[in-house]
Design a protein around this ligand. Structure first.
Ligand code: ZN
Length: 157
């Protein structure tokens, strides 16, 4: 990766880590799930307002490292207004981005290209397996909340 690009990615991650977007507990949330990553000490609650299969609102609270916080923050930005199906496709595609080489990426259904471009800044975690759990934690919690489970396990990457 070009140094300039890496620096830009770093800046975006630090910005989201310091000033997380949608860091709140919406009163009208009807789903929530906890995400925990004991290896790093990341703990988040993800809140959803799910209505008619659409994520009308999404927010999170908790504590975590810069990567997990930035990832949670970006997740809330890209899945808001999406259908459950779109959000899941984004999760699977993002998961591939964090864990697999490009030629191993699978087709998980149509995804918002603009959202994926945004999430690219976290693709660097692929080189740091320990960080993959940080980067995917909020997404696992999101998935659990959509499924109606109250807890996401960090054991499944
Ligand atoms: Zn972490």
């Amino acid at each position: 990766m070009m140094d300039e690009l890496r620096e830009l990615y770093q800046e975006v991650i630090l910005d989201h880590g310091k000033n997380p977007r949608n860091f709140r507990h919406p009163d009208d949330a009807n789903r929530e799930a906890k995400g925990e990553n004991p290896m790093c000490g990341d703990r988040f609650m993800v809140y959803l307002k799910l209505h008619g299969g659409v994520i009308e609102d999404v927010a999170f609270q908790g504590r975590g490292c810069a990567i997990s916080t930035a990832s949670a923050s970006m997740m809330t930005e890209v899945v808001k207004g999406k259908s459950e199906t779109e959000a899941k496709a984004l999760f699977e595609t993002f998961h591939d981005l964090c864990t697999k080489d490009e030629h191993e990426h699978c087709d998980h259904g149509p995804v918002d290209e603009e959202a994926m471009e945004k999430l690219m800044v976290l693709s660097g975690v692929r080189q740091f397996p320990v960080r993959v759990k940080c980067a995917t934690l909020a997404w696992h919690a999101l998935n659990a909340a959509i499924e109606g489970e109250d807890k996401a396990s960090s054991e499944s990457e």
